[in-house]
Structure formats: structure tokens, C-alpha cells
Write a protein that binds this ligand. Structure first.
Ligand code: P5A
Length: 434
């Protein structure tokens, strides 16, 4: 992508309305713009990051055996009256009427809808177990939307729903999602701490929240320092034994920790830090299947209400969460898997024909090699180009200038370490396409 043909409204000034670093950087780097309280437009660079996160989330859901579908954002109130949650959900639910005076709502979650879809499709034990998911926008009329996309009113969620014949099956489905979450967050370059959680309006008696550690998190966590010793490699290849290991280690939110009479963690190992909740999973049994008339025939001819769970990931919140966990004083430092482009190619002198020709040629070769490149081909000062590239945080910067060209070299900079290296254009290409 040529920057001269892109929409990247970066700013030097720190926006006055942003309190936390990720929100400031998302505005400054031109990722999002607020269009109404807690509602954001995703600008081209932000959308690429959102799509990359979605892709990793989707791949791990598919690997865990979940099946993707897509449910609408708008739901009918009748659906929610069947579960009894229409009144219970309260003012966070955005309600409205259509032209025929039918009561509608913008979905804050989809337990009701998936239960009726499954009810109409599944007839017998052969149709179970199943886990279905979608990645879809939600709306919650939060009293205090804040911190940008971290607590928005409209936000993107991955929500999965599992259906099993019995409790042992539900436990397996819950564990499969738990493992998928550990892998997903590790691939996103994050260390996520699973915390035993209260279930709130979703219901049920087994639930875990996944938090990433960041000073600006909304919850205070108390946990065993040993959690931080679990390596990224182990999380990337997590299995059920990893769950046992992690849930065997103490981690609680402040309110729950306060209720614990004897904390099992010795004081020298007890850590307290703030966390951002990026995922939340629930096992709630027959709460919705019983209320909404979902039952299937068992092997011996009886009928059972399937045991259900639901599993959420805050996809848009993750964009902010990743920035909280990965930035420096110059801007964002994207982990490889989510970066909007792999390489930022800088032409130091757009007004110099030789320099422009060399940069154009590198750009064409990077494209041909399938390396996603953002090419700063604009006629701007070099200093401003460096600042923009540092701010938007692409993993590699490839700098083409007239002086280097005279010596037959270009410069390659690693955004995370700041290391710079001079090398031939061919070697740079080989390195970046590897
Ligand atoms: C689980 C999936 C649920 O809604 N029903 C379907 C269950 N869980 S949850 O914890 O309420 O939400 C799941 C995740 O969505 C993110 N999230 C938000 N992100 C941005 N802005 C918000 N206002 C917001 N509310 C929830 C969180 O990451 C949460 O873990």
C-alpha cells in the first residue's frame, strides 16, 4: 500500500479526551475515530489489526472444533421474553420499536438466539456435542463508556456456544475452549491470566475470566507469581494439562480474594496487579435449554435438555489491550501476528529520481514476495516519516536514502529492539521474505 493513496490521519498532539495510553495511541496513529459516545469508526489501519486478531481467534476456534455461523445484530424482544432476560437485563440493553410497533433490541449477547436456532435444528443425541460461534458486533449501553474501544458501547465479540448431552460433555467442551483461549492469547503476543469468576447476568456456576496484566486494567488481581513463569511456548501448545496447571495456581479478582479467609499463596509469592478482561467463559448447564424448550432424544429414547456453555472474547477490546501491553515512548509496537503491515518502506527523498526508482523497485519486489508493505512514498521530511513509522509500530522499517544507495545499501530497522543494520537491497528482501 502506498501511503500517498491511503487514509492515515496521524497526529502529534495527544488527544485531550483520552486517558490511557492505548486510547491515545489509537487516536494518534489513525486507527479509530469516535463517531458517538462509545461508538467508533475503524479507519483502514485499525481495521487491518482488527481483522488480524479476528483471523487468529477464528483459526483457534476452528482448531478446537467449533463451527462458524453468523447471527444478526438485531433481535426481537420476544426471544428474550422466553428466557426471562428481557426485563432482567436492564438499561444496558438498547431497545427500540420497528415501524410495526414490534419491540426489538440490539443484541448484547446471543444465548437466546443460538438456543432457538439449535432447538429447531437438533433432534437427537446424534446432533450433539456441537460448539457454534460467530464474530459479530454487540451493543451494550454502558453508563460510562471509556478508555476508547476497551469499554465501548458498540464492540466486536467472538461468542461461542456449546451443546452437550451431559455434564461430563460440558466439562470437555469448556476445557476445549479454555485451551483455545490460552493458545489464542499466546499467539496474540499476550500473557493472559485465567481467573475464577462470578457469573453475573449470563448465569451458571462455573466461569473463568481471562485477564491481561496492564496498569490501566479495570480490575485488581491477586495471583501466584508462578503464573508468570509459564512460558509462551507452553501456552502456544497448551492442552488440558496446562489448564490443570494454571487453575491449580491461585488467581482471583479483588472482591473474590477479599472473601478468601486463608489465602493459600505465601506472601512472598502473592502478586497484585491490574488486569484487562479480554475473555470470559461460562458453563451454565440447562438454564437456557430448559427455559426455551430445547430438548433432544437420548439413545434410550428419553428426552434431555442439553448442557450449555458460552465463551466470549472481546475482539475490539483486544486491539486496545495489545497496545497497553506492547508500546514504548515513540508509539505502538505490534506483535508480528497482528501488525497491520509487516514492513514500513520509507523513501527518504521522494524528489530524488534515483532514490524513488530504488524504493519503487523494492516495493514491487516485496509485494511480489507477498510481504505486506506500507510504502511511504510521500514528498515529506525524513524526520516526519520516521516519527510516523515509529508511531504506527510496524515490526520492520526499510529505509532507502540517496547516501546509502551510493554505497549500495539500504537500512533495516527492528521496531521493537531499535536495532538498525545496513545491507544490500537483495539481502533485505531475502530477510523480509523469509
Ligand atoms: C460469553 C459469550 C458474554 O457476553 N455471552 C456470549 C457471554 N460474556 S461477557 O463477559 O459479558 O463478554 C465477553 C467479552 O466481551 C468483551 N466486552 C467488551 N468489550 C468492549 N466493550 C465492552 N463494553 C465490552 N463488554 C464486554 C470482554 O472482553 C468480555 O470478556
Amino acid at each position: 500500500m502506498r501511503l500517498s493513496n491511503y487514509l492515515l490521519p496521524v497526529t502529534k498532539e495527544t488527544p485531550a479526551d483520552a486517558q490511557i495510553v492505548s486510547h491515545k495511541l489509537m487516536l494518534r496513529a489513525g486507527l479509530v475515530r469516535q463517531t458517538a459516545a462509545g461508538i467508533y469508526a475503524w479507519l483502514p489501519l485499525g481495521l487491518k489489526v482488527l481483522r488480524n486478531i479476528e483471523r487468529i481467534v477464528r483459526e483457534e476456534q476452528d482448531k478446537a472444533g467449533a463451527v462458524e455461523l453468523l447471527m444478526p445484530t438485531i433481535q426481537s424482544a420476544d426471544l428474550w421474553r422466553q428466557s426471562g432476560r428481557f426485563d432482567a437485563y436492564g438499561p444496558e440493553m438498547l431497545r427500540f420499536v420497528d415501524r410495526h410497533d414490534r419491540e426489538m433490541l440490539y443484541g448484547p449477547t446471543n444465548e437466546e438466539m443460538i438456543t432457538t436456532l439449535f432447538r429447531d435444528a437438533a433432534k437427537s443425541y446424534r446432533d450433539l456435542p456441537r460448539t457454534l460461534y460467530h464474530i459479530q458486533w454487540k451493543f451494550r449501553d454502558e453508563v460510562r463508556p471509556r478508555f476508547g474501544v476497551m469499554r465501548g458501547r458498540e464492540f466486536l465479540m467472538k461468542d461461542a456456544y456449546s451443546f452437550d448431552l451431559d455434564e461430563a460433555g460440558l466439562k470437555k467442551s469448556y476445557e476445549a475452549m479454555f485451551v483455545a483461549y490460552l493458545r489464542t492469547f499466546a499467539r496474540l503476543g499476550l500473557q493472559a491470566v485465567p481467573v475464577r469468576a462470578p457469573t453475573g447476568p449470563i448465569g451458571g456456576d462455573l466461569s473463568h475470566e481471562f485477564h491481561i496484566l496492564a496498569d490501566t486494567g479495570e480490575s485488581a488481581l491477586f495471583y501466584d507469581a508462578a503464573i508468570e513463569d509459564i512460558s509462551r511456548e507452553e501456552l502456544l501448545s497448551a492442552d488440558v494439562s496446562t489448564i490443570a496447571r494454571l487453575t491449580g495456581l491461585y488467581a482471583m479478582e479483588e472482591e473474590e480474594h477479599a472473601k478468601v479467609a486463608d489465602c493459600p499463596v505465601p506472601p512472598e509469592r502473592l502478586r497484585t496487579r491490574r488486569g484487562i478482561e479480554v475473555g470470559h467463559i461460562f458453563a451454565f448447564g440447562t438454564k437456557y435449554s430448559a427455559a426455551m424448550g430445547l430438548s433432544v432424544q437420548t439413545k434410550d429414547g428419553g428426552q434431555v435438555h442439553p448442557q450449555m456453555g458460552s465463551y466470549g472474547i472481546g475482539v475490539s477490546r483486544l486491539v486496545g489491550g495489545i497496545i497497553e501491553a506492547s508500546h514504548d515512548e515513540s508509539g505502538i509496537v505490534w506483535p508480528e501476528g497482528v501488525a497491520p503491515f509487516a514492513v514500513g518502506l520509507i523513501n527518504m527523498r521522494a524528489d530524488d529520481d534515483k532514490c524513488a526508482a530504488a524504493a519503487d523497485s523494492l516495493y514491487a519486489k516485496l509485494n511480489a514476495a507477498g510481504v505486506e508493505t506500507l510504502y511511504d512514498d510521500r514528498d515529506e521530511r525524513g524526520g516526519a516519516k520516521f516519527a510516523t513509522m515509529d508511531l504506527i509500530g510496524l515490526p520492520w522499517q526499510l529505509i532507502v536514502g540517496p547516501k546509502g544507495l551510493e554505497r549500495g545499501v539500504v537500512e533495516l530497522k527492528n521496531r521493537r529492539t531499535g536495532e538498525r543494520e545496513e545491507l544490500s537491497a537483495e539481502s533485505a528482501l531475502a530477510r523480509l521474505s523469509a
